[in-house]
Design a protein around this ligand. Structure first.
Ligand SMILES: Cc1ncc(C[n+]2csc(CCOP(=O)(O)OP(=O)(O)O)c2C)c(N)n1
Ligand code: SF4
Ligand SMILES: [Mg+2]
Length: 285
């Protein structure tokens, strides 16, 4: 299912100069190096959007899938070979809009993987339409009179839906983001990292300066990550002061832990020993 992307085909990131996606890629690379995980033991599954290009620029296994669907593909990858470190990567439109159902079900299953959402509060790739996290009143190409709906709050949703590691970081603070990714990967269970990612081309409201003036670090403020109600209260903070860091972390059995079929060995190894998949390979590859 996953394959090595031909990195020679796309030599370097082609995001707009100054895009927050560069900071996320840098932090992810740094985290992988810090964690000392071999590239062949990592799979990065992305959706469609500017954010979806991440797997192209890392020498790991990767799949640049379809819009809104990185989570089910990442889940299938993890269940096929639970010895892999699996990342799902996508945008706010991808994950909190078209992919919202997958987001909810992935969280309540507590599959051990790390979901990084490039939350730029806009559709970047399609040149600036409203996303599910665009702020109320924001004027965009698709809402010239201002957004009417209340934005999705991914942190509150994650805390209440079963994610066992819930964090927010900022693409403009690579050190913080790298540490958050390292902690998320070390956590056994579903980890969400919602990343504030300035889109310098199409979101002229939520800029680097806008975030810098507002964000503060929950860990520096002494937040208790084991307290679910405190996490929920913190998830409601928005406006003059906006928290980043780990909101909530709890240890709970993963989906893989409770799946008897993979107790002895990863599914992929069982299949190789016992099942002839050559016809399937001929049909699909
Ligand atoms: C099924 C489907 N619907 C719509 C699109 C068009 N489309 C491509 S990317 C995108 C939204 C991108 O926004 P986001 O997910 O926030 O990613 P970003 O570009 O901001 O990183 C849309 C609507 C598509 N490719 N596939
Ligand atoms: S459109 Fe926005 S999100 Fe996409 S590459 Fe440009 S700055 Fe980044
Ligand atoms: Mg977006």
């Amino acid at each position: 299912m996953v394959r090595m992307i031909d990195i020679n085909a796309i030599d370097k990131p082609n995001w707009c100069p100054g895009c927050g996606d560069f900071g996320i890629l840098l932090a992810l690379k740094g985290a992988i190096v810090e964690l000392n995980i071999e590239p062949e033991n990592i799979a990065i599954i992305s959706g469609i959007g500017c954010s979806g290009k991440v797997p192209h620029w890392l020498r790991t296994y990767g799949l640049h899938g379809i819009h809104g669907r990185p989570l089910p593909v990442a889940a299938a990858t993890k269940l096929s070979n639970h010895e892999l470190t699996v990342f799902a990567v996508g945008g706010d439109g991808d994950g909190y809009g078209i992919g919202m159902c997958h987001f909810i079900h992935a969280m309540r299953r507590n599959i051990d993987m790390t979901y990084i959402v490039h939350n730029n509060m806009i559709y970047g790739l399609t040149t600036g339409q409203t996303s599910p996290t665009s702020e109320k009143g924001m004027r965009t190409k698709s809402t010239p009179s201002g957004v009417i709906e209340v934005p999705v709050n991914p942190i509150a949703l994650a805390v209440s839906t079963g994610a066992t590691f819930v964090a927010r970081s900022f693409a403009g603070d690579v050190k913080h983001l790298q540490k958050t990714i390292v902690d998320a990967v070390k956590h056994r269970g579903f980890s969400l990292i919602d990343v504030f990612q300035p889109c310098v081309s199409f979101n002229h409201v939520n800029t680097y300066d806008w975030y810098k003036q507002r964000i503060y670090d929950l860990q520096a403020a002494g937040h208790n990550t084991g307290d679910k109600m405190a996490a929920f209260v913190k998830s409601q903070e928005w406006g003059e002061k906006i928290p980043i860091g780990v909101f909530y972390e709890v240890l709970s059995p993963t989906y893989e832990d409770e799946l008897p079929q993979i107790k002895e060995m990863p599914l992929v190894k069982q299949a190789i020993d016992n099942v002839d998949i050559s016809k399937l390979m001929d049909d699909f590859v």
